[in-house]
Design a protein around this ligand. Structure first.
Ligand code: ZN
Ligand code: FE
Length: 257
């Protein structure tokens, strides 16, 4: 399975999964149809599935047009998004599996950004390879999604599920927010040497207009404050009394950053 990253809108990424052997493709969160159709043409592949993570327009905007062009494909989304995702046919819950070509992904229910958000995790095809996590707007490189329809407790619970995955997992999140996220992270986590190193790398990459996605989950665990709610330094920096409060205060500070 190859993953192609398509930059769209101001800072979104669409991910196109390609199985060259079977000349099939699937797409994660098609914000727009045009770039997907052009890539499919270039690859000579047929679209067999849309994997949506949540209902926001910058994730489902291309659904209707793609479904029109490929009426036999399947549109997947979270069970609680029923009625909010155009063309949705399959209503997924925690622990469900979806398949694409010879691969399959586990579904995680990760409410917080929205009340219905899900993530898709493809475990490595062979030992020593990397897994692939498509997490929409739940976990970002260096950050996490805003809490539009969920509570800090829910989001910590959701991010806990993702944090349990192996370090060698590619994190395919839906927005290029990394530089700004790390600027915030540095402000509250000044003594984190890994974070300083990462910031320098990301700043250099962005100055060359390179994408910072995918990131590695192991790097996120060490440098993303929104995966480190149980870090005592962050607890002190936010003057919080427990993990949830640490996370909630970080999120509140980031909202105003
Ligand atoms: Zn969103
Ligand atoms: Fe989004």
């Amino acid at each position: 399975m190859q993953v192609h990253r398509l930059p769209v809108l101001s800072d979104n990424y669409i991910f196109l999964l390609h199985d060259p052997g079977q000349t099939i493709a699937a797409v994660v969160d098609p914000a727009e149809a045009g770039p997907v159709l052009r890539k499919l043409e270039e690859l000579g592949a047929t679209l067999v599935a849309i994997f949506n993570t949540h209902h926001h327009a910058d994730h489902v905007g291309g659904n209707a047009k793609l479904l029109q062009r490929f009426p036999d494909m399947v549109v997947y989304g979270g069970a609680k998004d029923r009625g909010r995702i155009p063309g949705q046919q399959v209503f997924l819950q925690e622990g469900d599996r979806v398949s694409f070509g010879d691969r399959s992904a586990e579904v995680f229910f990760v409410p917080g950004h929205t009340r219905a958000h899900i993530a898709y995790y493809f475990a490595p095809a062979h030992p020593n390879e990397m897994g692939d996590l498509f997490c929409g707007d739940t976990l970002f490189a260096g950050g996490c999604g805003r809490l539009f329809e969920g509570t800090p407790t829910q989001m910590v619970n959701s991010l806990s599920k993702l944090r349990r995955l192996p370090d060698q997992t590619r994190v395919w999140c839906a927005h290029e927010y990394t530089l700004k996220n790390l600027q915030f992270a540095l402000m509250i986590d000044r003594d984190n040497a890994n974070l300083h190193r990462r910031f320098a790398e990301v700043r250099a990459a962005r100055s060359r207009s390179e994408a910072t996605i995918p990131s590695m989950l192991g790097v996120e665990k060490r440098t993303n404050p929104f995966l480190r709610w149980d870090d005592l330094g962050l607890r002190a920096a936010t003057k919080a009394e427990n993990d949830i409060q640490t996370f909630a205060r970080l999120r509140g500070m980031k909202d105003r950053f």
